[in-house]
Design a protein around this ligand. Structure first.
Ligand code: COA
Length: 320
């Protein structure tokens, strides 16, 4: 595969830490020192599927294509008002792609969804099943936070990033992992009770729960391990990588990974300060910004690495 266009979109409302401290027992000082986050965009009266469609349209435009050139749509998504129909189908409708020759599917691999889906795109393109795939990572995680709980709600933001990928030989190496650890980050959808329930073994709905310190430790150790592995698999040195696009959950996590790797700060772009943790959208948002600012250029070696609920990780290197 190769990436031929990128795009992104953010909700219009930007919320500062001080705005949160008006109704939560928190402070700008606590959030900034523990996470690096200063502001995040939060969805208000926009329709989430419109935001995702906007990012998609920009990526298609940047690729020099029109929507009807797209023959596969994949959407990475954890949180979404619609359980069904799936978000990629709504995006297809929003773009005016009539089908039927354009399959759509969503993948949910938590914050790692974009990296997993890029690997999937490579498989679809190399077998000739698709020619121009639209991959959108769109998240509204702020909708599954308990806004009376200062532990989780201050961490997240909403946003969408998109790429168009077509056939090419950009992907250099990739490592995807999954280890079942259901308690470290968990959110269960509210479900309608059936008349057959006994009440035993039925979990009540609960907002997002997270073991922050455990996630922090696992994120640093797994990303440091995976990054060194994919670089070695590619026959490269860490110094050959031009940009390290790490999942943006916490600036301190990324700083610890960077220190483990002994690489300079300018190779690690960040957006968590402005956008919070946008789950699987964080890496495509970084990518789009880096390309638009002219920092990520053709021929550069770009490493992407993410971790998230599961516990899952995904790391890849591509030549942009
Ligand atoms: N404002 C003020 N105080 C807060 C707070 C907030 N928003 N959130 C938690 N606290 C308090 C806690 O209640 C605790 O108080 P106590 O000592 O009186 O019990 C104190 O701050 C310390 O909490 P602790 O959990 O030790 O902080 P921490 O340094 O581990 O930072 C996280 C907490 C969540 C920021 C950090 O663990 C983290 O980022 N983990 C990774 C989470 C993540 O990335 N998840 C997404 C993965 S995709």
């Amino acid at each position: 595969m190769k990436i031929i266009g990128t795009g992104s979109a953010l909700p219009k409302k930007s919320v500062t830490n001080d705005m949160l401290s008006e109704f939560l027992d928190t402070s700008d000082e606590w959030i900034t020192t523990r996470t690096g986050i200063k502001t995040r965009h939060i969805i208000t009266d926009e329709r989430f599927e419109d935001l995702a469609t906007e990012a998609a349209a920009r990526a298609i435009d940047a690729a020099g294509l029109c929507p009807d050139d797209i023959d596969y749509i994949i959407c990475s998504n954890v949180s979404n008002y619609f359980v069904t129909p799936h978000l990629s189908s709504l995006i297809q409708g929003g773009l005016g792609i009539k089908g039927p020759g354009c399959p759509t599917m969503d993948v949910n691999v938590a914050c790692v969804g974009f990296v997993y889906a890029l690997d999937l795109c490579d498989a679809l393109l190399s077998t000739g099943r698709a020619h121009n795939i639209l991959l959108v990572a769109a998240e509204e995680c702020t909708r599954f936070c308990d806004w009376t709980d200062r532990n989780c709600s201050v961490l997240f933001g909403d946003g969408a990033g998109a790429v168009v990928v077509s056939k090419g030989d950009s992907l250099i190496s990739c490592r995807l992992t999954s280890v079942p650890m259901p308690d470290v980050i968990v959110y269960r959808n509210p479900m309608e009770p059936t008349p057959f329930e006994t009440g035993e073994g039925v979990d009540v709905h609960m907002p997002l729960q997270m073991k922050g310190r455990e996630v922090f430790r696992m994120a640093v150790s797994s990303a440091s391990r995976d990054i060194q592995q994919v670089v070695a698999d590619a026959g490269l040195e860490l110094g050959d990588i031009d940009h390290f696009l790490l999942h943006q959950a916490n600036l301190r996590i990324n700083e610890a990974i960077r220190e483990n790797l002994g690489q300079p700060e300018e190779k690690f772009p960040t957006n968590v300060q402005r956008f919070g943790n946008t789950s699987s959208a964080s890496i495509p948002l970084l990518l789009d910004e880096g390309i638009r600012e002219g920092k990520i250029r053709r021929g550069h070696k770009v490493l992407m690495s993410a971790f998230g609920a599961g516990f899952v990780t995904g790391t890849l290197i591509l030549k942009y």
